[in-house]
Design a protein around this ligand. Structure first.
Ligand SMILES: [Zn+2]
Length: 224
Protein backbone atom coordinates (compact mmCIF):
# COMPACT_ATOMS: atom_id res chain seq x y z
CA UNK A 1 0.00 0.00 0.00
CA UNK A 2 1.32 3.37 -1.04
CA UNK A 3 -0.06 6.36 0.86
CA UNK A 4 0.76 9.66 -0.82
CA UNK A 5 -0.25 13.26 -0.30
CA UNK A 6 -0.55 14.28 -3.96
CA UNK A 7 -1.01 12.63 -7.33
CA UNK A 8 2.61 12.19 -8.61
CA UNK A 9 4.32 11.80 -5.17
CA UNK A 10 4.35 8.00 -5.48
CA UNK A 11 5.86 8.04 -8.97
CA UNK A 12 8.64 10.39 -7.87
CA UNK A 13 9.23 8.64 -4.54
CA UNK A 14 8.85 4.96 -5.34
CA UNK A 15 7.66 4.51 -8.95
CA UNK A 16 10.52 2.18 -9.85
CA UNK A 17 10.06 0.07 -6.74
CA UNK A 18 6.33 -0.22 -7.47
CA UNK A 19 7.03 -1.21 -11.08
CA UNK A 20 9.38 -3.95 -9.88
CA UNK A 21 7.08 -5.28 -7.19
CA UNK A 22 3.93 -5.15 -9.32
CA UNK A 23 5.84 -6.76 -12.18
CA UNK A 24 6.91 -9.53 -9.81
CA UNK A 25 3.27 -10.31 -8.98
CA UNK A 26 2.75 -8.24 -5.85
CA UNK A 27 -0.57 -6.45 -5.46
CA UNK A 28 -0.17 -2.70 -5.06
CA UNK A 29 -2.86 -0.29 -3.86
CA UNK A 30 -2.51 3.49 -3.89
CA UNK A 31 -4.19 5.77 -1.37
CA UNK A 32 -4.03 9.31 -2.78
CA UNK A 33 -4.97 11.67 0.03
CA UNK A 34 -5.41 15.05 -1.68
CA UNK A 35 -6.68 15.87 -5.13
CA UNK A 36 -3.69 18.10 -5.95
CA UNK A 37 -6.01 20.95 -6.86
CA UNK A 38 -3.50 23.75 -6.14
CA UNK A 39 -0.64 22.43 -8.26
CA UNK A 40 -0.77 24.80 -11.24
CA UNK A 41 0.57 28.20 -12.23
CA UNK A 42 -1.58 28.30 -15.39
CA UNK A 43 -3.70 31.49 -15.16
CA UNK A 44 -6.54 29.73 -17.01
CA UNK A 45 -6.68 26.75 -14.63
CA UNK A 46 -9.28 26.32 -11.85
CA UNK A 47 -8.99 24.04 -8.82
CA UNK A 48 -12.08 22.12 -9.88
CA UNK A 49 -10.79 21.40 -13.36
CA UNK A 50 -7.28 20.61 -12.10
CA UNK A 51 -8.58 18.08 -9.56
CA UNK A 52 -10.50 16.24 -12.29
CA UNK A 53 -7.47 16.17 -14.61
CA UNK A 54 -5.16 14.96 -11.86
CA UNK A 55 -7.41 11.99 -11.05
CA UNK A 56 -7.04 10.87 -14.68
CA UNK A 57 -3.28 11.49 -14.66
CA UNK A 58 -2.87 9.51 -11.46
CA UNK A 59 -4.92 6.59 -12.79
CA UNK A 60 -2.82 6.51 -15.97
CA UNK A 61 0.45 6.65 -14.03
CA UNK A 62 -0.66 3.89 -11.68
CA UNK A 63 -1.75 1.73 -14.62
CA UNK A 64 1.67 2.24 -16.25
CA UNK A 65 3.30 0.77 -13.13
CA UNK A 66 0.87 -2.14 -12.75
CA UNK A 67 -0.97 -0.82 -9.68
CA UNK A 68 -4.15 -2.78 -9.00
CA UNK A 69 -6.32 -0.12 -7.38
CA UNK A 70 -6.22 3.63 -6.74
CA UNK A 71 -8.24 5.06 -3.87
CA UNK A 72 -8.76 8.84 -3.75
CA UNK A 73 -9.58 10.41 -0.40
CA UNK A 74 -10.23 13.79 -2.03
CA UNK A 75 -8.84 16.20 0.54
CA UNK A 76 -7.95 19.61 -0.88
CA UNK A 77 -4.30 20.16 -1.74
CA UNK A 78 -2.62 21.77 1.28
CA UNK A 79 -5.60 20.73 3.39
CA UNK A 80 -4.32 17.67 5.25
CA UNK A 81 -4.46 17.80 9.04
CA UNK A 82 -3.40 15.32 11.68
CA UNK A 83 -6.92 14.49 12.82
CA UNK A 84 -8.62 11.46 14.32
CA UNK A 85 -10.90 11.32 11.29
CA UNK A 86 -8.03 11.13 8.77
CA UNK A 87 -6.20 8.56 10.88
CA UNK A 88 -9.35 6.43 11.13
CA UNK A 89 -9.69 6.45 7.33
CA UNK A 90 -6.14 5.13 6.96
CA UNK A 91 -6.58 2.53 9.72
CA UNK A 92 -9.76 1.31 8.03
CA UNK A 93 -7.96 0.98 4.67
CA UNK A 94 -5.02 -0.86 6.27
CA UNK A 95 -7.39 -3.26 8.01
CA UNK A 96 -9.31 -3.80 4.79
CA UNK A 97 -6.39 -4.23 2.34
CA UNK A 98 -3.99 -5.84 4.85
CA UNK A 99 -0.69 -4.71 3.28
CA UNK A 100 2.60 -6.41 4.16
CA UNK A 101 4.45 -3.20 3.36
CA UNK A 102 3.31 0.42 3.48
CA UNK A 103 5.21 3.14 1.60
CA UNK A 104 4.80 6.84 2.35
CA UNK A 105 6.63 10.17 2.70
CA UNK A 106 9.34 10.55 5.30
CA UNK A 107 7.73 13.04 7.71
CA UNK A 108 11.12 14.15 9.05
CA UNK A 109 12.78 15.06 5.77
CA UNK A 110 15.37 17.80 6.21
CA UNK A 111 15.58 20.73 5.94
CA UNK A 112 11.86 21.09 5.20
CA UNK A 113 9.12 19.82 2.97
CA UNK A 114 5.53 20.35 1.88
CA UNK A 115 3.18 20.38 4.81
CA UNK A 116 0.99 17.64 3.25
CA UNK A 117 4.02 15.33 2.92
CA UNK A 118 4.87 15.85 6.57
CA UNK A 119 1.33 15.18 7.71
CA UNK A 120 0.69 12.16 5.48
CA UNK A 121 3.90 10.52 6.74
CA UNK A 122 3.08 11.17 10.37
CA UNK A 123 -0.54 10.03 10.21
CA UNK A 124 0.30 6.94 8.14
CA UNK A 125 2.93 5.84 10.65
CA UNK A 126 0.46 6.38 13.49
CA UNK A 127 -2.20 4.43 11.61
CA UNK A 128 0.18 1.48 11.08
CA UNK A 129 1.37 1.48 14.68
CA UNK A 130 -0.37 1.12 17.01
CA UNK A 131 -3.86 1.98 15.73
CA UNK A 132 -4.34 -0.66 12.99
CA UNK A 133 -2.63 -3.33 15.10
CA UNK A 134 -4.61 -3.08 18.34
CA UNK A 135 -8.24 -4.10 18.43
CA UNK A 136 -9.48 -1.61 20.97
CA UNK A 137 -8.73 1.29 18.63
CA UNK A 138 -11.78 1.98 16.48
CA UNK A 139 -13.85 -0.92 17.85
CA UNK A 140 -16.52 -0.10 15.27
CA UNK A 141 -14.21 -1.68 12.67
CA UNK A 142 -14.39 -5.06 14.39
CA UNK A 143 -18.15 -4.76 14.58
CA UNK A 144 -18.12 -4.16 10.80
CA UNK A 145 -16.04 -7.31 10.20
CA UNK A 146 -12.62 -5.65 9.83
CA UNK A 147 -9.92 -7.45 11.81
CA UNK A 148 -6.80 -5.79 13.18
CA UNK A 149 -3.71 -5.90 10.98
CA UNK A 150 0.04 -5.87 11.58
CA UNK A 151 2.01 -4.20 8.82
CA UNK A 152 5.42 -5.88 8.50
CA UNK A 153 7.45 -2.94 7.17
CA UNK A 154 7.13 0.74 6.36
CA UNK A 155 9.31 2.30 3.65
CA UNK A 156 9.70 6.08 3.80
CA UNK A 157 10.81 7.88 0.66
CA UNK A 158 12.46 11.29 0.87
CA UNK A 159 15.80 10.77 2.56
CA UNK A 160 19.41 11.55 1.72
CA UNK A 161 20.67 8.74 3.92
CA UNK A 162 18.65 5.67 2.93
CA UNK A 163 19.05 2.42 4.80
CA UNK A 164 17.72 0.45 1.87
CA UNK A 165 18.19 1.10 -1.85
CA UNK A 166 16.05 -0.73 -4.42
CA UNK A 167 17.68 -1.38 -7.79
CA UNK A 168 15.36 0.18 -10.39
CA UNK A 169 17.77 0.01 -13.33
CA UNK A 170 15.56 -2.42 -15.26
CA UNK A 171 12.38 -0.39 -14.74
CA UNK A 172 13.68 3.16 -15.13
CA UNK A 173 11.74 3.57 -18.38
CA UNK A 174 8.52 2.58 -16.60
CA UNK A 175 9.12 5.14 -13.87
CA UNK A 176 9.77 7.83 -16.47
CA UNK A 177 6.66 6.84 -18.46
CA UNK A 178 4.52 6.96 -15.30
CA UNK A 179 5.89 10.38 -14.38
CA UNK A 180 5.14 11.67 -17.89
CA UNK A 181 1.46 10.79 -17.29
CA UNK A 182 1.34 13.75 -14.89
CA UNK A 183 1.12 16.23 -17.75
CA UNK A 184 -0.08 19.14 -15.57
CA UNK A 185 3.03 18.73 -13.40
CA UNK A 186 5.82 17.79 -15.78
CA UNK A 187 4.41 18.57 -19.23
CA UNK A 188 6.08 21.97 -19.38
CA UNK A 189 9.55 20.44 -19.11
CA UNK A 190 11.22 19.29 -22.33
CA UNK A 191 11.55 15.49 -22.45
CA UNK A 192 15.36 15.41 -22.46
CA UNK A 193 15.73 17.84 -19.55
CA UNK A 194 13.12 16.02 -17.49
CA UNK A 195 14.70 12.64 -18.21
CA UNK A 196 18.11 13.96 -17.19
CA UNK A 197 16.71 15.40 -13.95
CA UNK A 198 15.04 12.12 -12.91
CA UNK A 199 17.91 9.90 -14.05
CA UNK A 200 20.57 11.95 -12.28
CA UNK A 201 18.73 11.67 -8.98
CA UNK A 202 18.17 7.93 -9.44
CA UNK A 203 21.83 7.46 -10.41
CA UNK A 204 23.03 9.29 -7.29
CA UNK A 205 20.90 7.07 -5.04
CA UNK A 206 21.66 3.87 -6.97
CA UNK A 207 25.37 4.67 -6.82
CA UNK A 208 25.27 4.30 -3.03
CA UNK A 209 24.90 0.52 -3.56
CA UNK A 210 26.53 0.08 -6.95
CA UNK A 211 23.31 0.17 -9.03
CA UNK A 212 22.90 2.27 -12.17
CA UNK A 213 19.58 3.62 -10.87
CA UNK A 214 17.99 3.29 -7.46
CA UNK A 215 15.33 4.51 -5.08
CA UNK A 216 16.24 4.96 -1.42
CA UNK A 217 14.13 4.56 1.70
CA UNK A 218 14.24 4.59 5.44
CA UNK A 219 12.89 1.21 6.45
CA UNK A 220 11.01 0.48 9.65
CA UNK A 221 10.51 -3.16 10.50
CA UNK A 222 7.85 -4.14 13.00
CA UNK A 223 8.27 -7.31 15.07
CA UNK A 224 5.82 -10.11 14.14
ZN1 LIG B 1 3.54 16.11 -3.15
Amino acid sequence: MVVNAHPDDAEFGCGGTIARWAGGGREVVYVVCTNGDRGSSDPEMTSERLAAIRVKEQRAAAAALGVKEVIFLGYPDGGLEDTGAFREQLVRLIRKHRPEIVLTSNPHRRPFQHRDHRIVGTVTLDAVFPYARDRLYYPEHEAAGLATHKVREVYLWGTDEPDIVIDITGVMDKKLAALRCHVTQVGHRPEEIFRKFVCERAAAVGGLRGFTYGEGFLRIEFPP
